[in-house]
Ligand binder design. Structure first.
Ligand code: ACO
Length: 388
C-alpha cells in the first residue's frame, strides 16, 4: 500500500513548496531579483544600466569580482580572453566525432566536459578561488568557439579562426558567420549576453551550486548546469519561441492558433516566470535591441507576429513575456540556427554560474534536502532470517 496522500500533504505543508517554489535556500551577493518591482541587480547595479553602458567583458568581471573593472583591469582581461579563444584540438576532435544532428546543447556540454578532462587533474581538482577564477575565465573565452564551430559544421562550413583584434561579441559573431558584424548587430548581441548573464538561484545555477557543494570541480558543475539549462522550461524556451513562430506563420493566424493551444493546455514558450509575475525586468532592454534588428533587417512580418502573440496572450491570461521571448527572434534575425539559441545562453550564463560556484566554495554547506516518502510500506523478503 502507498503511504497516504493526506499524510504526505501534511508533511509538505500542502505541498506548497514543490519545486522549492518560494523557498529561500541560501544567501548570495551575486545578484538580487526583486519580484515586487520586477527588477534585477548584478552586484547592486540594475541590469538595464549595465546593458546600456558596459561591454560584456566588464560585466563578467563584475559578476566574478564584485566590482566593475577599471580601464587597466578590463584591458588585462580582454588581452587574456583574446589569447584563449581558440578551439582546442582535443575539443574540436571530440565535436567532430558527434553526429551532425546532435543537439547543440549536447555538443557544448560534451565540449566543456572534454576541455575539463583534458586539463591536468591537479588543476581540475584545485578549487581555490584563484584556480576556479582562472577556469571561469578560460570557459568564458572558449565557449564561443565551441558554439560557433558547431553551427558552422552543421552547415557544412569550415572552422573560422578567432581574431585577436576583435572584442568578445564581434569575434563570436565573426567565428560564427565568417564576416564582421555590423554595429547594430554587435550591440544587440552584447545586450543579450549581458541580460542572460545571471539570475540568482535559477535551475541551472542551483544545479551548479549543488554539484559544487559536494566539492566536485568547476567543469563538472558547469556541465551539470548546461544539462539543466537545456530543458524547455528554462533555457530551451528561446529555441521553443522560434518553433512557435514557425507554427503560427503569420500574425493573422495568432487568434485561432492561441484558441487551439490554450484548449489543449499548451504552455506558450517565452511567457511566464517562476519569480516575476508582472513582467520580466530584462524584457524592455532586449525588446529595444530586437526593434533595432527588425529595422536593420526590415523584418516587419516577424515584428507583427511578435506583437500580435504578445498582445493576445497577455490579454487572455495576464502572463507576460520573459527574456526568451525577444531574444529568440533577435538571434534568428542575426542568423543563428534556432538550435544554437540555447548554447548562446550558455556562453552568457557561464559568467553567473561560475560566480555562484566561487561563492558556494567560499562558504560551502553540502546541499542535501529531505524528501517525504510515498512508496510502499516496509516489507520483507519471504524466508529471510536476520542474523542474530
Ligand atoms: N503558457 C500557458 N500557461 C502558462 C504559462 C505559459 N507560458 N506560464 C504559466 N502558465 C499558467 C500555468 O498553466 C498555470 O496555470 P494553472 O494554475 O491554471 O495550472 C499557472 O500559469 C502557473 O504556472 P506554473 O507553471 O505553475 O508556474 P511556474 O512558476 O512553475 O512556471 C514557468 C514558470 C515554468 C517559466 C512557466 O511560466 C512556463 O512553463 N513558461 C514557458 C517556458 C518558458 O518560457 N521558460 C523560460 C523561463 S525564463 C528563462 O529561462 C530566461
Amino acid at each position: 500500500t502507498l503511504a497516504s496522500e493526506g499524510h504526505l500533504r501534511e508533511k509538505l505543508g500542502e505541498m506548497q513548496h514543490r519545486g522549492l517554489a518560494g523557498v529561500t535556500v541560501d544567501y548570495t551577493a551575486v545578484s538580487k531579483v526583486n519580484p515586487g518591482t520586477d527588477s534585477l541587480l548584478y552586484r547592486g547595479y540594475p541590469v538595464q544600466e549595465l546593458a546600456a553602458t558596459q561591454p560584456f567583458e566588464a560585466v563578467a568581471l563584475l559578476l566574478w569580482n564584485g566590482e566593475l573593472p577599471d580601464a587597466t583591469e578590463l584591458a588585462a582581461f580582454e588581452e587574456h580572453e583574446r589569447a584563449h579563444r581558440d578551439l582546442d584540438p582535443a575539443v574540436k576532435a571530440a565535436i567532430d566525432l558527434l553526429p551532425l544532428d546532435a543537439h547543440p546543447m549536447d555538443v557544448v556540454r560534451t565540449a566543456v566536459s572534454v576541455l575539463g578532462a583534458s586539463a591536468p587533474a591537479v588543476e581540475v581538482a584545485d578549487n581555490s578561488s584563484a584556480a576556479d577564477l582562472a577556469k571561469a575565465k578560460l570557459l568564458f573565452a572558449k565557449i564561443p568557439a565551441m558554439v560557433a564551430y558547431d553551427q558552422r559544421r552543421r552547415r557544412g562550413q569550415e572552422l573560422v579562426e578567432p581574431r585577436a583584434d576583435l572584442d568578445y561579441s564581434s569575434n563570436f559573431l565573426y567565428m560564427t558567420f565568417g564576416e564582421l558584424p555590423e554595429e547594430v548587430v554587435r550591440r544587440a548581441f552584447t545586450v543579450s549576453m549581458i541580460l542572460y548573464a545571471e539570475h540568482s538561484f535559477n535551475a541551472s545555477t542551483f544545479t551548479a551550486r549543488v554539484i559544487t557543494s559536494t566539492t566536485s570541480d568547476l567543469y563538472s558543475a558547469v556541465v551539470g548546469a548546461i544539462g539543466a539549462l537545456k530543458g524547455a522550461l528554462h533555457g530551451g524556451a528561446n529555441e521553443a519561441v522560434m518553433h512557435i513562430f514557425d507554427e503560427i506563420g503569420d500574425a493573422a493566424n495568432v487568434g485561432p492558433w492561441l484558441d487551439d493551444a490554450l484548449a489543449t493546455k499548451r504552455k506558450i514558450m517565452g511567457f511566464g516566470h517562476r519569480v516575476y509575475k508582472r513582467g520580466d525586468s530584462r524584457v524592455p532592454k532586449m525588446k529595444a535591441a530586437l526593434d533595432t534588428l527588425v529595422a536593420h533587417y526590415d523584418a516587419t512580418d516577424l515584428a507583427a507576429l511578435y506583437d500580435a502573440l504578445e498582445a493576445d496572450f497577455v490579454s487572455r491570461k495576464g502572463i507576460h513575456p520573459n527574456l526568451d521571448y525577444p531574444s529568440g527572434p533577435a538571434y534568428h534575425l542575426i542568423g543563428f540556427d534556432t538550435l544554437t539559441f540555447t548554447p548562446l545562453f550558455v556562453a552568457a550564463r557561464v559568467t553567473g554560474w561560475t560566480a555562484h560556484i566561487l561563492e558556494q566554495t567560499a562558504s560551502n554547506a553540502l546541499i542535501r534536502p529531505l524528501s517525504a516518502y510515498n512508496g510502499v510500506d516496509e516489507r520483507h523478503i519471504d524466508g529471510y532470517v536476520p542474523d542474530s
